[in-house]
Design a protein around this ligand. Structure first.
Ligand SMILES: Nc1ncnc2c1ncn2[C@@H]1O[C@H](COP(=O)(O)OP(=O)(O)O)[C@@H](O)[C@H]1O
Ligand SMILES: [Mg+2]
Length: 342
Protein backbone atom coordinates (compact mmCIF):
# COMPACT_ATOMS: atom_id res chain seq x y z
CA UNK A 1 0.00 0.00 0.00
CA UNK A 2 2.73 2.44 0.92
CA UNK A 3 6.47 2.50 0.38
CA UNK A 4 8.53 1.43 3.35
CA UNK A 5 9.82 4.39 5.30
CA UNK A 6 13.60 3.92 5.40
CA UNK A 7 15.00 3.79 8.86
CA UNK A 8 11.66 4.05 10.55
CA UNK A 9 12.18 3.32 14.22
CA UNK A 10 8.96 1.60 15.14
CA UNK A 11 9.11 -1.85 13.61
CA UNK A 12 6.08 -3.72 14.84
CA UNK A 13 5.87 -6.69 12.53
CA UNK A 14 2.72 -8.68 12.50
CA UNK A 15 1.05 -11.29 10.43
CA UNK A 16 -2.53 -10.47 9.71
CA UNK A 17 -4.40 -13.62 8.86
CA UNK A 18 -7.32 -13.03 6.53
CA UNK A 19 -9.70 -14.21 9.19
CA UNK A 20 -9.39 -13.89 12.90
CA UNK A 21 -8.88 -10.15 13.28
CA UNK A 22 -12.54 -9.45 13.63
CA UNK A 23 -12.96 -10.29 17.29
CA UNK A 24 -14.41 -7.30 19.01
CA UNK A 25 -13.18 -6.33 22.41
CA UNK A 26 -15.17 -4.63 25.10
CA UNK A 27 -13.91 -1.28 23.89
CA UNK A 28 -15.30 -1.80 20.40
CA UNK A 29 -18.52 -3.05 21.91
CA UNK A 30 -18.81 0.17 23.83
CA UNK A 31 -18.34 2.25 20.67
CA UNK A 32 -21.41 0.52 19.30
CA UNK A 33 -23.71 2.58 21.43
CA UNK A 34 -22.26 5.88 20.25
CA UNK A 35 -21.58 4.84 16.65
CA UNK A 36 -23.29 7.17 14.26
CA UNK A 37 -24.77 9.39 16.91
CA UNK A 38 -26.10 12.45 15.12
CA UNK A 39 -26.03 10.85 11.64
CA UNK A 40 -29.32 10.66 9.75
CA UNK A 41 -28.58 7.22 8.27
CA UNK A 42 -26.67 4.67 10.31
CA UNK A 43 -25.84 1.18 9.07
CA UNK A 44 -24.08 -0.72 11.79
CA UNK A 45 -22.60 -4.06 10.70
CA UNK A 46 -25.57 -4.68 8.49
CA UNK A 47 -26.04 -8.28 7.36
CA UNK A 48 -28.56 -9.61 4.86
CA UNK A 49 -28.52 -13.26 3.98
CA UNK A 50 -30.83 -14.63 1.32
CA UNK A 51 -31.57 -18.32 1.58
CA UNK A 52 -32.97 -19.67 -1.65
CA UNK A 53 -33.24 -23.38 -2.45
CA UNK A 54 -30.71 -24.32 0.16
CA UNK A 55 -28.14 -21.87 -1.15
CA UNK A 56 -27.16 -19.03 1.11
CA UNK A 57 -26.23 -15.70 -0.42
CA UNK A 58 -24.61 -13.15 1.88
CA UNK A 59 -25.68 -9.98 0.11
CA UNK A 60 -24.52 -7.70 2.94
CA UNK A 61 -21.66 -8.84 5.12
CA UNK A 62 -21.42 -6.39 7.99
CA UNK A 63 -21.79 -3.13 6.12
CA UNK A 64 -21.08 0.11 7.99
CA UNK A 65 -22.28 3.43 6.60
CA UNK A 66 -22.98 6.85 8.06
CA UNK A 67 -24.75 9.61 6.16
CA UNK A 68 -25.23 13.08 7.61
CA UNK A 69 -28.44 15.04 7.29
CA UNK A 70 -28.49 17.02 4.04
CA UNK A 71 -25.78 15.05 2.22
CA UNK A 72 -26.04 13.90 -1.39
CA UNK A 73 -24.11 10.65 -1.66
CA UNK A 74 -23.52 8.35 -4.62
CA UNK A 75 -23.26 4.59 -4.11
CA UNK A 76 -21.27 2.64 -6.68
CA UNK A 77 -20.21 -0.98 -6.99
CA UNK A 78 -20.15 -3.95 -9.34
CA UNK A 79 -23.35 -5.78 -10.14
CA UNK A 80 -24.24 -8.13 -7.28
CA UNK A 81 -22.23 -6.21 -4.68
CA UNK A 82 -25.32 -5.54 -2.53
CA UNK A 83 -26.38 -2.02 -3.53
CA UNK A 84 -30.06 -2.82 -4.11
CA UNK A 85 -30.18 -4.94 -0.98
CA UNK A 86 -28.94 -1.94 1.01
CA UNK A 87 -31.41 0.44 -0.66
CA UNK A 88 -34.33 -1.92 -0.05
CA UNK A 89 -33.49 -2.16 3.64
CA UNK A 90 -33.18 1.63 3.94
CA UNK A 91 -36.49 2.00 2.12
CA UNK A 92 -38.20 -0.26 4.66
CA UNK A 93 -39.04 -2.77 1.92
CA UNK A 94 -36.79 -5.47 3.35
CA UNK A 95 -35.41 -6.20 6.82
CA UNK A 96 -31.80 -6.97 7.79
CA UNK A 97 -30.82 -10.47 8.92
CA UNK A 98 -28.51 -8.98 11.55
CA UNK A 99 -26.92 -5.69 12.46
CA UNK A 100 -28.65 -2.37 12.75
CA UNK A 101 -30.07 0.16 10.33
CA UNK A 102 -31.40 3.44 11.64
CA UNK A 103 -32.87 6.24 9.57
CA UNK A 104 -34.10 9.48 11.12
CA UNK A 105 -34.50 7.73 14.46
CA UNK A 106 -36.36 4.70 13.07
CA UNK A 107 -34.81 1.36 13.90
CA UNK A 108 -35.48 -0.52 10.66
CA UNK A 109 -34.88 -3.94 12.15
CA UNK A 110 -37.48 -3.52 14.89
CA UNK A 111 -40.44 -1.81 13.30
CA UNK A 112 -43.99 -3.01 13.56
CA UNK A 113 -45.98 -3.35 10.35
CA UNK A 114 -47.71 -0.10 11.18
CA UNK A 115 -44.44 1.79 11.83
CA UNK A 116 -43.09 0.46 8.58
CA UNK A 117 -46.03 1.78 6.63
CA UNK A 118 -45.73 5.18 8.26
CA UNK A 119 -41.98 5.20 7.66
CA UNK A 120 -42.39 4.43 3.96
CA UNK A 121 -45.12 6.98 3.58
CA UNK A 122 -43.53 9.94 5.36
CA UNK A 123 -39.81 9.47 6.01
CA UNK A 124 -38.37 8.03 2.80
CA UNK A 125 -39.07 8.50 -0.87
CA UNK A 126 -37.96 5.83 -3.30
CA UNK A 127 -37.24 5.91 -7.05
CA UNK A 128 -36.81 2.69 -9.01
CA UNK A 129 -34.69 2.21 -12.09
CA UNK A 130 -37.66 1.05 -14.17
CA UNK A 131 -39.56 4.19 -15.10
CA UNK A 132 -42.78 2.17 -15.42
CA UNK A 133 -42.55 1.08 -11.79
CA UNK A 134 -42.58 4.58 -10.36
CA UNK A 135 -45.79 6.05 -11.74
CA UNK A 136 -49.35 4.91 -12.26
CA UNK A 137 -49.96 4.86 -16.03
CA UNK A 138 -53.58 6.00 -15.89
CA UNK A 139 -52.87 9.12 -13.81
CA UNK A 140 -51.39 12.42 -15.00
CA UNK A 141 -48.10 13.68 -13.60
CA UNK A 142 -49.99 15.99 -11.27
CA UNK A 143 -52.30 13.21 -10.06
CA UNK A 144 -49.34 10.90 -9.52
CA UNK A 145 -47.62 13.52 -7.35
CA UNK A 146 -50.84 14.15 -5.41
CA UNK A 147 -51.54 10.49 -4.67
CA UNK A 148 -49.12 9.94 -1.75
CA UNK A 149 -50.48 13.09 -0.10
CA UNK A 150 -53.98 11.69 -0.35
CA UNK A 151 -52.82 8.52 1.43
CA UNK A 152 -51.31 10.77 4.08
CA UNK A 153 -54.66 12.48 4.55
CA UNK A 154 -53.82 15.91 3.16
CA UNK A 155 -56.74 18.00 1.93
CA UNK A 156 -57.27 18.41 -1.79
CA UNK A 157 -56.31 22.06 -2.05
CA UNK A 158 -52.89 21.84 -0.35
CA UNK A 159 -52.27 18.63 -2.27
CA UNK A 160 -52.79 20.41 -5.54
CA UNK A 161 -50.67 23.35 -4.47
CA UNK A 162 -47.75 21.21 -3.38
CA UNK A 163 -47.90 19.06 -6.51
CA UNK A 164 -47.76 22.22 -8.62
CA UNK A 165 -44.80 23.56 -6.64
CA UNK A 166 -42.85 20.32 -6.96
CA UNK A 167 -43.50 20.01 -10.69
CA UNK A 168 -42.44 23.65 -11.16
CA UNK A 169 -39.29 23.16 -9.12
CA UNK A 170 -38.25 20.22 -11.28
CA UNK A 171 -39.09 21.95 -14.57
CA UNK A 172 -42.15 19.81 -15.25
CA UNK A 173 -44.95 22.37 -15.34
CA UNK A 174 -45.73 21.53 -18.95
CA UNK A 175 -46.11 17.83 -18.10
CA UNK A 176 -48.63 18.34 -15.29
CA UNK A 177 -51.61 17.18 -17.34
CA UNK A 178 -49.82 14.35 -19.18
CA UNK A 179 -49.88 10.67 -18.44
CA UNK A 180 -46.57 8.76 -18.28
CA UNK A 181 -46.95 7.41 -21.84
CA UNK A 182 -47.05 11.02 -23.09
CA UNK A 183 -43.75 11.90 -21.39
CA UNK A 184 -40.12 11.13 -22.20
CA UNK A 185 -38.16 8.73 -19.98
CA UNK A 186 -36.39 11.65 -18.31
CA UNK A 187 -39.65 13.49 -17.65
CA UNK A 188 -41.12 10.33 -16.16
CA UNK A 189 -38.15 9.89 -13.81
CA UNK A 190 -38.34 13.53 -12.77
CA UNK A 191 -42.05 13.11 -12.11
CA UNK A 192 -41.14 10.06 -10.05
CA UNK A 193 -38.78 12.28 -8.02
CA UNK A 194 -41.58 14.82 -7.50
CA UNK A 195 -43.89 11.99 -6.39
CA UNK A 196 -41.25 10.65 -3.99
CA UNK A 197 -40.94 14.17 -2.51
CA UNK A 198 -44.69 14.64 -2.07
CA UNK A 199 -44.87 13.86 1.65
CA UNK A 200 -41.72 15.84 2.51
CA UNK A 201 -39.47 12.86 3.25
CA UNK A 202 -36.18 13.30 5.09
CA UNK A 203 -34.44 10.88 2.74
CA UNK A 204 -34.67 10.24 -0.99
CA UNK A 205 -33.40 6.85 -2.17
CA UNK A 206 -32.82 6.26 -5.87
CA UNK A 207 -31.61 2.87 -7.12
CA UNK A 208 -30.00 3.45 -10.52
CA UNK A 209 -32.65 6.00 -11.51
CA UNK A 210 -30.76 6.80 -14.70
CA UNK A 211 -29.94 3.21 -15.65
CA UNK A 212 -32.39 3.10 -18.53
CA UNK A 213 -31.62 6.57 -19.88
CA UNK A 214 -29.11 8.04 -22.32
CA UNK A 215 -26.40 10.18 -20.78
CA UNK A 216 -27.93 13.58 -21.57
CA UNK A 217 -31.26 12.54 -20.04
CA UNK A 218 -29.45 10.94 -17.11
CA UNK A 219 -27.87 14.34 -16.38
CA UNK A 220 -31.29 15.94 -16.31
CA UNK A 221 -32.60 13.37 -13.86
CA UNK A 222 -29.53 13.68 -11.69
CA UNK A 223 -30.00 17.47 -11.83
CA UNK A 224 -33.48 16.96 -10.36
CA UNK A 225 -32.00 14.99 -7.46
CA UNK A 226 -29.48 17.79 -6.90
CA UNK A 227 -32.30 20.33 -6.92
CA UNK A 228 -34.26 18.30 -4.36
CA UNK A 229 -31.14 18.19 -2.21
CA UNK A 230 -30.24 21.87 -2.47
CA UNK A 231 -33.73 23.42 -2.49
CA UNK A 232 -35.50 21.18 0.00
CA UNK A 233 -32.53 19.96 2.05
CA UNK A 234 -33.58 16.35 1.59
CA UNK A 235 -30.79 13.80 2.08
CA UNK A 236 -30.18 11.89 -1.14
CA UNK A 237 -28.64 8.47 -1.64
CA UNK A 238 -28.30 7.51 -5.28
CA UNK A 239 -26.99 4.25 -6.73
CA UNK A 240 -25.33 4.90 -10.08
CA UNK A 241 -23.05 3.35 -12.67
CA UNK A 242 -22.59 6.68 -14.39
CA UNK A 243 -19.10 8.10 -13.77
CA UNK A 244 -20.38 11.53 -14.83
CA UNK A 245 -22.86 11.42 -11.97
CA UNK A 246 -20.44 10.19 -9.34
CA UNK A 247 -17.94 12.85 -10.45
CA UNK A 248 -20.44 15.55 -9.51
CA UNK A 249 -21.19 14.52 -5.95
CA UNK A 250 -19.09 15.40 -2.96
CA UNK A 251 -19.02 11.88 -1.62
CA UNK A 252 -19.04 8.54 -3.44
CA UNK A 253 -19.18 5.33 -1.44
CA UNK A 254 -18.13 2.10 -3.15
CA UNK A 255 -19.58 -1.22 -2.04
CA UNK A 256 -17.71 -4.45 -2.64
CA UNK A 257 -18.86 -7.89 -1.58
CA UNK A 258 -21.52 -6.53 0.75
CA UNK A 259 -19.32 -4.01 2.56
CA UNK A 260 -18.33 -0.41 2.07
CA UNK A 261 -14.81 -0.59 0.65
CA UNK A 262 -13.73 2.86 -0.49
CA UNK A 263 -14.95 6.44 -0.32
CA UNK A 264 -14.08 9.25 -2.68
CA UNK A 265 -14.42 12.77 -1.37
CA UNK A 266 -14.37 15.72 -3.74
CA UNK A 267 -14.04 19.37 -2.99
CA UNK A 268 -13.74 22.48 -5.07
CA UNK A 269 -10.54 24.45 -4.89
CA UNK A 270 -8.70 27.03 -6.95
CA UNK A 271 -5.52 26.29 -8.90
CA UNK A 272 -2.56 28.69 -9.01
CA UNK A 273 -4.31 30.78 -11.69
CA UNK A 274 -7.42 31.12 -9.57
CA UNK A 275 -9.47 28.75 -11.75
CA UNK A 276 -11.94 26.48 -10.00
CA UNK A 277 -10.83 22.85 -9.97
CA UNK A 278 -12.21 19.71 -8.42
CA UNK A 279 -10.05 17.59 -6.16
CA UNK A 280 -10.91 13.96 -5.59
CA UNK A 281 -9.29 11.85 -2.92
CA UNK A 282 -10.02 8.15 -2.64
CA UNK A 283 -9.95 6.58 0.80
CA UNK A 284 -10.16 2.97 1.88
CA UNK A 285 -12.80 2.51 4.55
CA UNK A 286 -11.48 1.46 7.95
CA UNK A 287 -14.28 -0.17 9.89
CA UNK A 288 -14.63 -0.27 13.63
CA UNK A 289 -13.17 -3.76 13.84
CA UNK A 290 -10.05 -2.39 12.11
CA UNK A 291 -10.81 -3.99 8.74
CA UNK A 292 -9.69 -2.43 5.46
CA UNK A 293 -10.43 -3.88 2.04
CA UNK A 294 -7.26 -3.84 -0.03
CA UNK A 295 -8.14 -3.14 -3.69
CA UNK A 296 -8.04 -6.33 -5.71
CA UNK A 297 -5.76 -4.86 -8.38
CA UNK A 298 -3.18 -4.03 -5.72
CA UNK A 299 -3.25 -7.39 -3.96
CA UNK A 300 -3.17 -9.29 -7.25
CA UNK A 301 -0.27 -7.26 -8.61
CA UNK A 302 1.76 -8.13 -5.52
CA UNK A 303 0.55 -11.71 -5.17
CA UNK A 304 -1.06 -11.05 -1.79
CA UNK A 305 -3.32 -13.86 -0.66
CA UNK A 306 -4.77 -15.19 2.59
CA UNK A 307 -2.39 -13.27 4.83
CA UNK A 308 -0.11 -10.28 4.68
CA UNK A 309 2.55 -8.76 6.89
CA UNK A 310 1.99 -5.39 8.49
CA UNK A 311 4.59 -2.98 9.72
CA UNK A 312 3.90 0.17 11.60
CA UNK A 313 6.05 3.15 10.74
CA UNK A 314 6.02 6.56 12.35
CA UNK A 315 3.28 7.88 10.09
CA UNK A 316 1.84 4.96 8.15
CA UNK A 317 1.25 1.22 8.11
CA UNK A 318 2.93 -0.87 5.42
CA UNK A 319 1.41 -4.05 4.01
CA UNK A 320 3.65 -6.73 2.47
CA UNK A 321 3.00 -10.07 0.83
CA UNK A 322 3.64 -13.09 2.99
CA UNK A 323 6.79 -14.79 1.67
CA UNK A 324 7.81 -17.32 4.32
CA UNK A 325 11.42 -17.70 3.21
CA UNK A 326 12.11 -13.99 3.36
CA UNK A 327 11.79 -13.66 7.10
CA UNK A 328 11.52 -10.06 8.25
CA UNK A 329 14.80 -8.58 9.31
CA UNK A 330 15.31 -6.60 12.42
CA UNK A 331 14.37 -2.96 11.85
CA UNK A 332 18.00 -1.82 12.37
CA UNK A 333 19.19 -3.77 9.32
CA UNK A 334 16.70 -2.10 7.05
CA UNK A 335 18.47 1.11 6.21
CA UNK A 336 20.99 -0.79 4.11
CA UNK A 337 18.41 -2.50 1.95
CA UNK A 338 16.01 0.02 0.58
CA UNK A 339 13.05 -1.27 -1.31
CA UNK A 340 12.87 -4.40 0.77
CA UNK A 341 10.01 -4.69 3.16
CA UNK A 342 12.42 -5.50 6.01
N1 LIG B 1 -34.28 -12.07 -3.40
C1 LIG B 1 -33.07 -12.60 -3.51
N2 LIG B 1 -32.88 -13.92 -3.30
C2 LIG B 1 -31.65 -14.48 -3.37
N3 LIG B 1 -30.53 -13.79 -3.67
C3 LIG B 1 -30.66 -12.46 -3.90
C4 LIG B 1 -31.93 -11.81 -3.84
N4 LIG B 1 -31.74 -10.49 -4.11
C5 LIG B 1 -30.42 -10.34 -4.34
N5 LIG B 1 -29.76 -11.51 -4.20
C6 LIG B 1 -28.32 -11.72 -4.33
O1 LIG B 1 -27.67 -10.86 -3.41
C7 LIG B 1 -26.50 -10.29 -3.99
C8 LIG B 1 -26.60 -8.78 -4.00
O2 LIG B 1 -27.63 -8.39 -4.87
P1 LIG B 1 -28.06 -6.88 -5.13
O3 LIG B 1 -28.21 -6.21 -3.82
O4 LIG B 1 -29.23 -6.89 -6.02
O5 LIG B 1 -26.77 -6.30 -5.88
P2 LIG B 1 -26.58 -4.98 -6.78
O6 LIG B 1 -27.78 -4.13 -6.62
O7 LIG B 1 -25.33 -4.35 -6.24
O8 LIG B 1 -26.38 -5.47 -8.18
C9 LIG B 1 -26.38 -10.91 -5.38
O9 LIG B 1 -25.53 -12.02 -5.29
C10 LIG B 1 -27.79 -11.33 -5.70
O10 LIG B 1 -27.80 -12.41 -6.58
MG1 LIG C 1 -29.13 -3.37 -8.04
Amino acid sequence: MTAPAPGSPTGDERVAAAAGLSELGAEAEQSRTSYGEGALIVCDRLVRIYAAEGIEVQALQGLDLLVEDGELTAIVGASGSGKSTLMNILAGLDAPTAGRARVAGFDLGAMTQRDRLGYRRATVGFIWQQTSRNLLPYLTARQNVMLPMRFAGLARRPRGRRAGDLLDMLGLAKCAGRKPAQMSGGEQQRTAIATALANQPRVLLADEPTGELDSATAREVFGALQTANSELGVTVLVVTHDPAVSAEVRRTVAIRDGRTSTETLRHDAADEHGNATRHAVEYAVLDRAGRVQLPREMTEALGMKDRVRLRQAADHIGVWPDRPREAPEAPEARGARRGEPA
